[in-house]
Design a protein around this ligand. Structure first.
Ligand code: FAD
Length: 517
């Protein structure tokens, strides 16, 4: 080994400046990489796609993109770069499905590893007391769902959208309406195979290489490239009762949500969203939901109002559950939504889980999917959610026409302790997600500039230290901000970086550590 310069490893206080790699270094890189042999293939041309992501705001061109066929392809290239030592400036970014928002899966003049090319083997299922499936980390969750369902099984915890890779969501958390019960996706993994920033292949779990296991889960790609994952499975339901109901009073809404996430017998999925000044909302819902009381629902107007929508789901198997409607009625009877706004739907489990894909298809048809997405995701302690709502929903946001605003509580006591994921200190906290789309070249309220101004107002408010709010899918440009994000956990995060990726080769797009040169 060699000495690690701690100062150097961290990015400076200055806004992050991407180092310009001299031309000579780049051509040396080209010729030496082109000589290496891989089971897969390395590309130097037509690689523009690796400089794009869902956010569509960062476009950093790599030098090369590796399509790995095996784990050893990945360890070979990382080991090669590690062995070049500080004389090289090369970095490596694993790219899952490229659905990051701000360049997190990009590597300026570095090497992008296209994880979807990696097919370690067929998905391998194990059934028993703890059923699981071993998958390649480049696998999309939607494919895992389809394969598992063939065996009557399914993963327990999801994201709202399934066209994301296992490695990509496990590097963040994977939070959706099941997280109150099962914890996020990083809670539902038994074992990982990882290529560290030294190019070493390691297997890790709660029992083996525990520190690496915890480091990598929610680790923002900083400690290793996940190549394989063992995902926990449960028996899959066939059908889902999917329910929406409105509230006009925020406290009533959050009381009901908090009641539902803490009851022993509850729904299987609990989310919610905010609706500010939207016309014809309930009419839109009728395309996929039925009002319980059509006459009353017809008379309800959403225009000019701030409304909160509870969204819940109960899973069932038609041949087993004769009492499903009674069970749901009992659960609903404990809630205080506006009675005329109850909407119900019955869909298959796949259609429920893959629901955002339906919107994707519609938006693609209108050319509104590949636009800029200035998203903002926050984790807010329960005790501060009212202060937050008062300021943001009453004063900052004038309407929610740029995209959904999700809001739902989760119960941290069900979450794994010691991973790299940063959450608020309190046991119950809310995920609030502003999922805006910016209309290309608009200078109005649906344009990028307006949405960013609004996001900044929200962030400025959230920056008040007493609120204890954390960002999910965070993105910062200075070391000070990253340290504030990690708080007391920074020491551990930094120590793990020095252990597993001492040259800071991996995931440079997160802009936490600077490549050691
Ligand atoms: P990428 O964007 O390709 O990569 C993300 C980061 O992980 C990068 O830093 C990359 O270098 C690193 N990485 C990728 N693969 C690996 C690997 N194998 N090993 C190590 N590091 C790796 N998140 C939620 O939690 N809940 C949601 O409900 C949710 N819904 C979403 C809906 C949409 C439409 C979109 C676009 C995103 C959503 N997300 C959600 C966010 C999503 O989980 C993250 O953006 C995730 O990173 C996307 O996965 P990906 O495969 O595209 O990763």
């Amino acid at each position: 080994g060699f000495m690690i310069n701690r100062e150097h490893l961290c990015s400076s206080n200055h806004p992050f400046v991407t180092p310009i790699v001299p031309h000579t270094i780049q051509s040396i890189t080209h010729s030496s990489l082109a000589k290496m042999t891989f089971e897969g293939k390395i590309y130097f041309k037509n690689i523009d796609y690796a400089a794009k992501d869902f956010g569509n705001r960062y476009h950093l061109m790599p030098s090369a993109v590796l399509h790995p066929k095996s784990v050893s392809d990945i360890s070979t290239i990382v080991k090669y770069i590690f062995d070049l030592g500080p004389s090289s400036e090369l970095t490596v970014a694993a790219r899952g499905h490229g659905h990051s928002l701000l360049g997190q899966a990009q590597a300026h003049q570095g090497i992008v590893i296209n994880m979807e090319s990696l097919r370690v083997s067929e998905m391998s299922f194990h059934t028993g007391k703890h059923s699981y499936v071993d998958v390649s980390a480049g696998e999309l969750w939607i494919n895992i769902l389809h394969e598992s369902l063939k065996r009557g099984l399914a993963p327990k915890s999801w994201t709202d959208y399934l066209h994301l890779t296992v490695g990509g969501t496990l590097s963040n958390a994977g939070i959706s309406g099941q997280a109150f019960k099962h914890g996020p996706q990083i809670n539902n993994v038994y074992q990982l195979q990882v290529v560290t920033g030294r190019g070493e292949v390691a297997t890790c779990s709660e029992e083996e290489n525990t520190d690496l296991f915890h480091a990598v889960l929610g680790g923002l790609g900083q400690f290793g490239i996940i190549t394989q994952a063992r995902i926990a499975l449960e028996p899959a339901p066939k059908m889902v009762k999917w329910i929406r109901a409105l509230y006009s009073d925020f406290s009533t809404f959050t009381n009901d949500q908090e009641h539902l996430i803490s009851s022993a017998n509850s729904f299987d999925y609990i989310e919610g969203f905010v609706i500010i000044n939207r016309t014809g909302l309930l009419n839109n819902w009728r395309l996929s939901f039925n009002p319980k009381d059509p006459v009353q629902a017809n008379q309800f107007t959403s225009e000019g109002k701030i409304l909160f929508c509870l969204e819940v789901a109960k899973y069932y198997n038609p041949e087993e559950s004769n009492h499903i409607d009674e069970e749901i009625d009992a659960l609903l009877s404990e809630l205080s939504y506006i009675q005329s706004t109850l909407f119900l739907s019955e869909v298959s489990y796949v259609d429920f889980l893959d629901r955002v894909h339906v919107s994707e298809i519609k938006l693609r048809e209108k050319g509104l999917w590949d636009v800029t997405h200035p998203w903002l995701n926050l984790l807010i302690p329960r005790s501060k959610i009212h202060e937050f709502a008062q300021e943001v929903f009453r004063n900052i946001l004038k309407d929610t026409s740029n995209g959904p605003v999700l809001i739902y509580p989760v119960n941290k006591s069900r979450w794994k302790y010691g991973t790299s994921l940063i959450t608020p200190e309190e046991d119950v906290f809310y995920l609030v997600a502003f999922l805006s789309s910016a209309i290309p070249s608009s200078t109005g309220k649906d344009g990028l500039e307006h949405i960013l101004t609004q996001n900044n107002k929200i962030l400025n408010f959230c920056g008040r230290p007493h609120l204890g709010i954390k960002q999910y899918l965070p993105h910062y440009s200075s070391l000070e901000e990253w340290k504030a994000h990690f708080g007391a956990h920074w020491e551990v995060f930094h120590r793990r970086k020095l252990t597993y990726d001492p040259l800071a080769i991996l995931a440079p797009g997160q802009r936490i550590f600077r490549r050691t040169t």
